[in-house]
Design a protein around this ligand. Structure first.
Ligand code: NI
Length: 398
C-alpha cells in the first residue's frame, strides 16, 4: 500500500476518535491564556498514543514530537487551542457546557485534527525521514497571543524546523476541499486609541470653547485620507474607527472625546510608516483646530505571509490528498492570525480546511458566530492532510 493510502486509511480508522476528541474539547471550551484543562486533555491523548511531549510551554502550550529512524529535518505542524467569549446558540447535544464560552473559531477542530495527525505519524514513523513537531498553541484569540511566547520558549529551536504549517477551518468552503493562497494572506492588526481634548462648556456659546466633538470629526475624516492618499493603491489597508464617545448633552459640549479603532494592512514597511502618519495626522489636525490629541497604538499580530514555494507544495500535497478539483485559491482576508509570527521566522503556510456541509453552501456559517456548526466529516481530511503534508515535506531532498 502506498504511503498516501496508508495515511488515508489511518485517518479513516481514527475518524470517530477525532470527532470524539473535538466534541470533548467543544463541550469544555476555555478562554485565551486559561486553557489548563484543554492542555491536560491534549497531554492525556498524546500519552495514550505513546507520543513524546512536553506540557507547560509558555503557559498552556504543549509540544509533541514524532521522529523516524533516521535523523533528518524537522517540520512544524501548529494548532491553536483557545475559545471565545461567546454564548453558544447551536443547540447541539455536545454544545458548550460553559456559559459565555464557545469554540466559535474551530480551534477545537484544529486541535482534534492535529492530535490525530500526530497519532497517524506515530504509526508511520518508519516512513519519516526526520521529525514532526506538533505545536498546540494557547491564546490565539487575544493579544499579545500565544505564538510569540511559544517561539520565545523555544518552539522553533533545537533544531530549527525547516517549515511551519497551520490549518484553519473555513465554513464557506465545502467539506473535502482545501483553500490556499501564496504570498500575503492575512492582515496585521493594530488597535488605535485616541482622546481629543478641547474646552467644554455651553453648547450655545461655542466662541468660549474649543469643541472636541468637531475636532474629533475632523480627525476621523483626516485619518481616512491617510489610507486613500498615502498607501499604495495596490496594498490593501483598512482603518476603521468603531468607537467615538463624546458624552455631552443637547446643550453641553464635553471637554474631551474618546475614540478607538483598528488599522490593518499586509505590508510591514507601510504598516510602520502608517503608524507615524496616523500620529502626525491626529495630533496635527487637533492642534490646527486649537485642541490636542493623545494617541496610543497597540501593535497586534503582524501580517501573515505564506511562503510561495512552500504554499505551492502544500497545494500539490492537497491535490494528491483530496484531488486537484478540490483545491481552491483563496482571496486575501483582512482578518488577523498569530501564525504570522512563525511564518516570520521560517517559511510558513497557513491554509484553510473546508467544513461546510454541501446542503449549506448557499447560507454558510461564519467564524465567531454563536451558531457556528462545522461538518465533522471534514475532520478526517484535516487530520490526514496535516500528516501527509508533514511526510511529503520531510521527504524533500534539499
Ligand atoms: Ni481562529
Amino acid at each position: 500500500m502506498s504511503t498516501l493510502r496508508r495515511v488515508q486509511a489511518l485517518a479513516e480508522r481514527f475518524a470517530e476518535d477525532t470527532v470524539t476528541n473535538r466534541r470533548q474539547l467543544h463541550q469544555q471550551p476555555e478562554l485565551s491564556f486559561e486553557e489548563r484543562e484543554s492542555a491536560a486533555f491534549i497531554a492525556r491523548q498524546l500519552h495514550s498514543y505513546a507520543v513524546d511531549h512536553r506540557s507547560g510551554v509558555a503557559g498552556n502550550g504543549v509540544i509533541a514530537e514524532v521522529s523516524g529512524a533516521d535523523s533528518g529535518p524537522t517540520v512544524v505542524l501548529r494548532a491553536d487551542i483557545d475559545a471565545l467569549p461567546i454564548s453558544e446558540a447551536t443547540g447541539l447535544p455536545y454544545a458548550s457546557q460553559k456559559p459565555g464560552v464557545m469554540h466559535a473559531c474551530g480551534h477545537d477542530a484544529h486541535t482534534a485534527c492535529l492530535l490525530t495527525a500526530v497519532r497517524i505519524l506515530s504509526q508511520l514513523s518508519d516512513t519519516l525521514p526526520g521529525t514532526v513537531r506538533a505545536i498546540f498553541q494557547p491564546a490565539e484569540e487575544k493579544l499579545p497571543g500565544g505564538a510569540r511566547a511559544m517561539i520565545q520558549a523555544g518552539a522553533l529551536a533545537n533544531p530549527r524546523p525547516r517549515v511551519a504549517i497551520g490549518q484553519h477551518i473555513n465554513p464557506t468552503l465545502p467539506t473535502g476541499s482545501i483553500g490556499v493562497r501564496a504570498g500575503p494572506f492575512m492582515a496585521s492588526v493594530d488597535d488605535i486609541y485616541l482622546t481629543v481634548h478641547g474646552v467644554g462648556g455651553h453648547a450655545a456659546m461655542p466662541q468660549q470653547l474649543i469643541d472636541p466633538v468637531l475636532i474629533a470629526s475632523h480627525v476621523v475624516v483626516a485619518l481616512q485620507q491617510i489610507i486613500s492618499r498615502s498607501s499604495a493603491p495596490e496594498t490593501p489597508s483598512v482603518l476603521s474607527i468603531g468607537r467615538m464617545v463624546a458624552n455631552g448633552a443637547t446643550n453641553v459640549i464635553p471637554p474631551s472625546v474618546e475614540m478607538a479603532g483598528t488599522f490593518r494592512t499586509v505590508d510591514e514597511t507601510w504598516r510602520a510608516a502608517a503608524h507615524k502618519l496616523i500620529r502626525r495626522c491626529a495630533e496635527g489636525t487637533a492642534a490646527a483646530l486649537g485642541g490636542s490629541c493623545e494617541l496610543r497604538i497597540v501593535s497586534g499580530y503582524p501580517s501573515l505571509y505564506n511562503d510561495e514555494a512552500l504554499t505551492s507544495r502544500i497545494a500539490e500535497y492537497a491535490a494528491e490528498y483530496v484531488g486537484p478539483n478540490n483545491v481552491q485559491q483563496l482571496p486575501l482576508t483582512m482578518g488577523g492570525e498569530d501564525f504570522a509570527y512563525y511564518a516570520r521566522e521560517i517559511p510558513g503556510c497557513f491554509y484553510n480546511l473546508g467544513v461546510c456541509p454541501p446542503g449549506r453552501l448557499n447560507k454558510p456559517d461564519h467564524l465567531h458566530s454563536p451558531r457556528l456548526d462545522l461538518d465533522e466529516a471534514a475532520l478526517m481530511t484535516g487530520a490526514g492532510l496535516l500528516a501527509w503534508s508533514a511526510i511529503r515535506e520531510l521527504q524533500l531532498t534539499e
